[in-house]
Structure formats: structure tokens, C-alpha cells
Design a protein around this ligand. Structure first.
Ligand code: CP3
Length: 354
């Protein structure tokens, strides 16, 4: 940590004093950047993920272009199911589509137990290369999908509106669901441990589909396995961020599961949540991603409201409440980062002198 030139993000994750609030953007390496699209013209998405030089290049783009305080390794949550034997295509405008979704016990039998050091070596190589190329400028975040979110994709086979297939499965064959979730928890924990070993300074678990479950089912099918992952990940001081989208109701439980930082979507009130759990965890978020369609004055106003809602002191990592949208003007992303840097100083004045 001490080798980093800018460790604001890691300090905020640990609620240590900072001079200003650090900022990064979920899905910051992506299609809204012309520089990303230029590389993407020459290679398909999966090839980009599997080529460490390309993955490192696009990982570093938002650090150079947008000025964020952390990099997140360019990859996808679906590399785990892919390594388990489930092939998918990334279709333009439709997103990922699995060739054979997981629907019955025979499908489960064909899932392969993964060894990250061999099966996902390309990601670990990308992490190591990115670290070298970043040369300590900012920390590097590693990530994985939560077991539940991966399971949802594997069963639905593609994006979904009602999540009927995965719901049918948990209600009609909970034994199979738990069997696969258990397998995924081991895979995710081993994978995140390997990423830390390769140089990741922090890890984020994306529980994008946690919010489609009722409160009881969230505990049974998502939280239990996030807990398992966190307790199994081998780490020293690397913070764990959990982003469960749409999960207002279990934030205390997520904190109890061992998260150091909880990511909030934009429907939640940062100040209220700080009052409830800010003593135990740091908070990340939570600007509505569509605010980046607005002009600079509006962006500034919305940023100020979020900073004010969190209030004074460390423990806040500024981010969007979900990923940046592909048709956002990169100039607006730059403005956002600059505005956070300027406007957040006054909330940390007590530290400036010392
Ligand atoms: O944050 C970053 O910059 C790192 C890269 C990253 C990607 N995917 C690259 C990507 C991260 C952290 C992810 C996570 C991911 N992938 C999630 C969880 C986060 C979330 O947004 O909820 C999910 C659900 C996926 C699965 C996935 N991958 C979908 C649904 C899609 C299609 C929709 C979309 O946003 O494009 C992808 C494709 C994808 N993953 C792209 C990128 C840059 C676009 C691919 C392209 O270039 O065509």
C-alpha cells in the first residue's frame, strides 16, 4: 500500500483519513470511451478479456483519460462460468448469451471444478501486467460476480425480465440450486484469492441480481454464499467491497458477512445508511448513472448533494450507483471526477492540517 502514489481509495475503504473523497466509476473501462472502441474494433470482447496486453490497455484508459483514483481490471463476471465449461457469445446490443443454459442435474454434472491458476491464468496475467504498467499510480481492483448473480446468468442463459427460469429452479429444485451455489462460492473465493496474489489491492463482489429476491430468499440464496466467499478469500489488508443492487433491506447483514465497504445503488440515501451502518463499514456510491446525461451544472449539484449527505470525514468512496452507460459523453465523466475532487475537500478539512 505504501508503494502507491495515490492510495486515497484504499484509505477511504478503511475509513482512514483522506484529503478528499476518492472516486472511480463502475464499468469505467468500456464503450463510452472512443479509445476503448478503437481497440474493440479489432478484437471481440472475449478476445480482449483473454489477451493481457489488451485488457491492461483498456484497464488503464480511464486512469489516464478520466482521472479516476482506482483502476478495475478489465474482464467480465462470466469468465467463471466459461471456465466451468459454459460457453457464451457476447452479442452486440443483447449482451451475453450462453449456448446451453443450466437447467437440470445432468447440466450440473458437466460443470468443471476450476483451478484459477490454470483455467483463468489469462486474468491473473492481465492483473500482473496492469500492476506493472500502472506503476503505483492508483490501486487496482479485482472483481467477481456473486455466486447468486453468476447462477442467475447460468440458468437464464441471458439477460431476463422476470427471472422465471432461475426462480423455477430455486423453488422446485432448491437442492440443485444450493449445490451449484456452493460450487460457485468455492470458485469465486479461489479466483479472488488468486487475483489478490497476482496483485489486486482490493476486490469487489458484484451482486447485481441480489435485488430480484425476496428478503428471506436473499438470505438463503445470495447472502449466505457471499459470506462464504468472504470468509474463504485469502487476503491480508485488501478490502472487500460488496455491491448488492436493489438490496436496501439487508445492508446490516452484508456488513456482518464481513464486507469492508458496501456499494449502494442510487435509490438509497447515503446519509441515512451512514447513520445505520457507517460505524462498521465504509460506503461506496451512489450517483444515478443517468445524471451523466446532464450538463456540468446539474452534475455538480447532484454530486454536492451526495457529498453533503455523507457529510464530514472518511469512509466514502464516490462512485455511480451502477455502471456508466455506453452513450454517456466522456467529457461528462471527466467533469464528474473533477467535481468530486474539488467539492469533497471541505469535508476532510480536519485532516488537511495534519
Ligand atoms: O468496471 C469495469 O470497467 C471493468 C470491467 C467490467 C465489465 N463487466 C466489462 C464489460 C466489469 C466489472 C463487468 C461486470 C459485469 N459483467 C457485471 C456486473 C456489474 C454490473 O454492471 O451489474 C455483469 C452483470 C456482467 C455481464 C455482462 N457483461 C453484461 C450483461 C454485458 C452486456 C451489457 C453491457 O453492459 O454491455 C457485458 C458486456 C461487457 N462487460 C462490456 C464490458 C466493457 C461491453 C462489451 C463490449 O465491448 O461489447
Amino acid at each position: 500500500m505504501s508503494l502507491l502514489k495515490n492510495d486515497l481509495f484504499l484509505r477511504a475503504c478503511k475509513k482512514l483519513p483522506v484529503e478528499r473523497t476518492p472516486v472511480w466509476i463502475m464499468r469505467q473501462a468500456g464503450r463510452y470511451l472512443p479509445e476503448y472502441r478503437k481497440i474493440r474494433e479489432k478484437a471481440d470482447f472475449i478476445t480482449m478479456c483473454k489477451t493481457p496486453e489488451l485488457a491492461a490497455a483498456v484497464t488503464i484508459q480511464p486512469v489516464d483519460i478520466i482521472g479516476v483514483d482506482a483502476a478495475i481490471i478489465f474482464s467480465d463476471i462470466l469468465v467463471i462460468p466459461e471456465a466451468m465449461g459454459m460457453k457464451f457469445d457476447m452479442l452486440e446490443s443483447r449482451g451475453p448469451v450462453f449456448h446451453h443454459p443450466l437447467r437440470n442435474s445432468d447440466d450440473v454434472k458437466s460443470l468443471k471444478k476450476i483451478e484459477p491458476e490454470t483455467d483463468l491464468k489469462y486474468v491473473l496475467d492481465a492483473v500482473a501486467l496492469t500492476k506493472r504498467e500502472l506503476d503505483g499510480r492508483v490501486p487496482l481492483i479485482g472483481f467477481a460476480g456473486s455466486p447468486w448473480t453468476l447462477f442467475t446468468y447460468m440458468v437464464e442463459g441471458k439477460g431476463s425480465k422476470n427471472f422465471s427460469e432461475v426462480k423455477k429452479l430455486i423453488f422446485n429444485n432448491p437442492f440443485m440450486a444450493h449445490q451449484v451455489l456452493d460450487l460457485l462460492s468455492d470458485a469465486v473465493a479461489d479466483y479472488l484469492s488468486a487475483k489478490i496474489e497476482a496483485g489486486a489491492n482490493a476486490i469487489q463482489i458484484f451482486d447485481t441480481w441480489g435485488g430480484i429476491l425476496s428478503q428471506n430468499n436473499f438470505e438463503e440464496f445470495s447472502l449466505r454464499y457471499i459470506s462464504k466467499v468472504i470468509s474463504k478469500v485469502k487476503r491480508k489488508e485488501e478490502p472487500v467491497i460488496v455491491f448488492s443492487k436493489g438490496v436496501h433491506f439487508k445492508l446490516e447483514e452484508i456488513a456482518s458477512a464481513g464486507a469492508d465497504v458496501i456499494g449502494l445503488d442510487w435509490t438509497m440515501d447515503l446519509g441515512d445508511i451512514r447513520k445505520k451502518i457507517g460505524g462498521r463499514v465504509a460506503l461506496q456510491g451512489n450517483l444515478d448513472p443517468t445524471v451523466l446525461y446532464a450538463n456540468e451544472d446539474k452534475i455538480r449539484n447532484e454530486v454536492k448533494k451526495i457529498l453533503q449527505s455523507y457529510g464530514e470525514g472518511s469512509g466514502h468512496v464516490f462512485n455511480l450507483g451502477h455502471g456508466i452507460l455506453p452513450d454517456v459523453d466522456p467529457e461528462n465523466a471527466k467533469s464528474l471526477v473533477n467535481i468530486v475532487k474539488e467539492e469533497s475537500k471541505k469535508y476532510h478539512l480536519a485532516n488537511a492540517a495534519g
